[in-house]
Design a protein around this ligand. Structure first.
Ligand code: NIG
Ligand code: FE
Length: 418
């Protein structure tokens, strides 16, 4: 292996239970999509995974992978579990201010309203670049310490050409997964003129943000944008070379999920209120021939239902129909102010009828599919060396011990986080 920019090699030994998400890999059991290996070893080299497999095969394999070199570091996991770093495919981390009073009022009985977004817009517009950078860095650090190694960040609290451009530019400083969400809500100054705002979003605002963004997104919901307005924004984004993702069916049923599937979106997120037709469309999006474009991932965001007291979506219904499910935090100051993927896993298992194996897969490999990334979310030779060592003997503890800090160590691109 050629050492990459991250340089050195690390051998992780004594892993009691390794989740690779690679079915059929060395030491896995047939038919296990999570590619679990017991008594396992992982070799990281030059920022990439060089080898994974059972300890009994390690001597020959590691010698081959390193061309006779000894690893620079060896870490004994002492029987603990290892999983791929979490892929948080949906956050709104470019914001200023907080909305604790709104949360408190909601817990006292007030409903969640999309209009709350506008108060974060005001705080974000008023913040300096450096204040926004500092908030972003603080939240990313918080997420990393909970095992998140890939994170998507949306704009959407600027809602002017200059403020959205700034959000996309600052987000691009920390992640390649930047989403342009100029169509988050209609800002106050465009009240009653939603179509004019849509024209701004798909015109000058998109042009200013596209150089920094990989994705375009729209909040397709009553109180935000209609399916027709959403389609116009998404089609303009796609024409500008951006991939499509959609916020839909969060607060009630609607056409957003089917619109997302029709446009070949990588993901449609929330999916709290789904009809049988929505579920069938999501599942059907994956039934193309081998080699066909991937389908639309249903990204579930249990932090939102937790924090807004809405009913949780039923992941079992989606999975049994053959849909592909991702889990993400939706971290934002309004509907879900948590950066914790372990919490999302625990909620998905407890409240959404997912098995632990499914939830861990959805928070790693599922997130990678939602971002159409083939280099993260799994551990196999060539994948990014993004690894989480749990302070627990198995991944079951992520759901079994909710709220307990179980992330023992994190490697990002082969480098151990301090
Ligand atoms: O994903 N649904 C739209 N946007 C965010 C909420 C943002 C906010 O309340 O500030 C969400 O839940
Ligand atoms: Fe969101």
């Amino acid at each position: 292996a050629i050492p990459g920019p991250a340089g050195g090699s690390t051998l992780l030994t004594g892993i009691g239970e390794l989740t690779t998400n690679v079915p059929g890999g060395p030491g896995t059991r047939e038919g296990d999509p999570t590619g679990l290996v017991t008594d396992a070893v992982v070799l990281l080299d030059g920022g990439r995974v060089a080898w994974t497999g059972p300890a009994r095969e390690v001597r020959d394999a590691v010698g081959r992978a390193l061309g006779g070199r000894a690893p620079d570091a060896t870490v004994d996991a002492g029987g603990r579990a290892v999983i791929p770093g979490f892929v948080d495919s949906h956050t709104h981390l470019l914001f200023a201010g907080a909305r604790a009073a709104e949360f408190e009022a909601r817990m006292a009985g007030r409903p969640y309203e999309a209009g709350g977004i506008r108060s974060t817009v005001a705080a974000t517009r008023a913040a300096s670049d450096d204040a926004l950078r500092a908030g972003l860095a603080r939240h990313l650090d918080e997420a990393a310490r909970q095992g998140t190694t890939t994170v998507e960040v949306k704009s959407g609290y600027g809602l002017t050409v200059a403020d959205e451009e700034r959000a996309a530019r600052l987000a691009r400083e920390v992640t390649p997964e930047v989403t342009f969400l100029g169509a988050h809500v209609v800002p106050a100054e465009y009240a009653g003129r939603a179509d004019e705002y849509v024209d701004l979003v798909r015109g000058d605002m998109l042009a200013a943000c596209a150089p920094y963004a990989r994705w375009v997104d729209v909040f397709c919901e009553t109180g935000a944008f209609t399916p027709e307005q959403s389609r116009r924004v998404l089609e303009a984004g796609a024409a500008a070379g951006l991939g499509v993702r959609v916020h839909a069916n969060q607060l009630g049923p609607g056409e957003g999920v089917r619109l997302a599937v029709a446009l070949g979106a990588a993901a449609v997120d929330h999916c709290t209120y789904l009809t049988d037709d929505d579920v069938a469309a999501l599942a059907g999006s994956w039934s193309g021939a081998a080699g066909a474009a991937p389908g639309t991932v249903a990204t579930l965001l249990p932090g939102v239902e937790f924090s807004t007291r809405q009913p949780y979506p039923d992941a079992r219904r989606l999975l049994d129909a053959g849909a592909v499910v991702a889990l993400a935090s939706d971290c934002n100051p309004g509907s879900s102010y948590t950066s914790s993927m372990p919490l999302c896993v625990a909620l998905a298992v407890r409240e959404m009828r997912m098995t632990v194996a499914e939830a861990v897969w959805s928070a790693t490999a599922g997130g990678a599919l939602a971002l159409r990334r083939d280099d993260v979310g799994h551990l196999a030779p060539g994948a990014r060396a993004d690894v989480v060592l749990l302070d627990a003997p198995s991944r079951v503890h992520l759901a079994y011990r909710p709220g307990v800090p179980l992330v023992g160590a994190v490697w990002k691109d082969g480098v151990r986080l301090p």
